[in-house]
Design a protein around this ligand. Structure first.
Ligand code: IPM
Ligand code: MG
Length: 357
């Protein structure tokens, strides 16, 4: 029996997670999957109930689970809170507490959605990039950090970019392993011309590459990578990078596909436990209206089946069901285009379910 902790979170989180649970329950009812679902609070929802965006009890529950399915966190309601108790801190606490150092963010263009991209169809057709983002280190967690008072009376903000060799090596390994199951190319993104920390990053990647003679390793400065992503994105297979650069580049890559509402993600630790969530946020502007796109969350369930529950064939079934639903011309508002049939969150979830059967 595998335990899955479900943390719907804020905004559209509960609506989209409800659709993903339909899919999990379908496999459970088919008796193919032995799972037990538990529910918990995270982000603003947890802050409202307990005064903290992630409680110790929820973190313990997450650590004891085989996988966590998360909706989204954050919203205007909590924006004025101090950073330490903001909804986003709940997410960061879960990443750090579970040791989820490897964040996999695929950017795939569904051929049915080629028109939705802001780039020309020929630039993005067939796009399939995997961004491997380091998630528990770097400037997000580096010490010292804060805002201090200078002698001259003004305040100074500071954060620290730090990576140890072992942290670089372990995320590099994830990228090389994934590339060996894809097209065999890893592009490591750094700013080695300016930042010593990422000069070390590059050195370690070069050293690690010796263990993977079949993989072609290249390097790119982050500013160039940002440009290449919009100029010729299909040159990339696997991109591996730091926490902060990965945060930025993965949003950029997601948008190349036209819809951030389609993209799932996985965050993994050394034990194979994972947290799975859509890449998009909590979209407070459309929360509660039943119009959000549940496909990224449903595809996150597919990643969960593949990476934490050892059910690659179920994962593939979900992915092909999503393809079928798009072929039926069903679209939520975010991916709507002329001649298509617009549906709401629940209708989209039901359509995927029907396509599975
Ligand atoms: C992401 C988000 C988070 C991050 C925020 C919500 C803390 O932007 O998952 O990319 O910066 O990592
Ligand atoms: Mg981000």
């Amino acid at each position: 029996m595998k335990k899955i902790l479900v943390l719907p979170g804020d905004g559209i989180g509960p609506e989209i997670v409800a659709e993903a649970i339909k899919i999990l329950n379908y496999f459970k009812a088919e008796k193919d999957l032995e799972i037990a679902l538990e529910q918990g609070l995270i982000g603003g929802a947890s802050y409202d109930a307990h005064g903290a965006p992630l409680t110790d009890a929820t973190l313990e529950q997450a650590k004891a689970a085989d996988a966590v399915l998360l909706g989204a966190v954050g919203g205007v309601k909590w924006e004025a809170l101090p950073i330490a108790v903001r909804p986003e801190k709940g997410l960061l606490g879960l990443r750090a507490g579970m040791g989820l150092f490897a964040n996999l963010r695929p950017a795939i263009l569904y051929r049915q959605l080629a028109d939705a991209s802001s780039l020309k169809p020929e630039v993005v057709a067939g796009l399939d990039i995997m961004i491997v983002r380091e998630l528990t280190g770097g400037i997000y967690f580096g010490q010292p950090r804060g805002v201090r008072q200078l002698d001259n009376g003004e305040r100074q903000g500071f954060n620290t970019l730090v990576y140890s060799e072992s942290e670089i090596r372990r995320i590099g390994r994830v990228a090389f392993e994934i590339a060996s199951k894809r097209n065999g190319r890893v592009c490591s993104i750094d700013k080695a011309n300016v930042l010593e920390c990422t000069e070390l990053w590059r050195e370690v990647m070069i050293d690690l590459a010796k263990e993977y003679p079949k993989i072609e390793l290249s390097h790119m400065y982050v500013d160039n990578a940002a440009m290449q992503l919009v100029r010729a994105p299909k040159q990339f297979d696997v991109m591996v990078t730091t926490n902060m650069f990965g945060d930025i580049l993965s949003d950029e890559a997601a948008m190349l596909t036209g819809s951030i509402g389609m993209l799932p993600s996985a965050s993994l630790n050394e034990k194979g436990q994972g947290m799975y969530e859509p890449i998009h946020g909590s979209a407070p502007d459309i929360a509660g209206q039943g119009v959000a796109n549940p496909l990224a969350t449903i595809l996150s369930v597919a990643m969960m089946l593949r990476y934490s529950l050892d059910q690659a064939s179920m994962a593939a079934r979900i992915e092909s069901a999503v393809g079928k639903v798009l072929d039926q011309d069903l679209r939520t508002a975010d991916i709507m285009s002329k001649g298509m049939k617009q549906v709401g969150t629940a209708e989209m979830g039901d359509a995927v379910l029907a396509a599975l059967q």
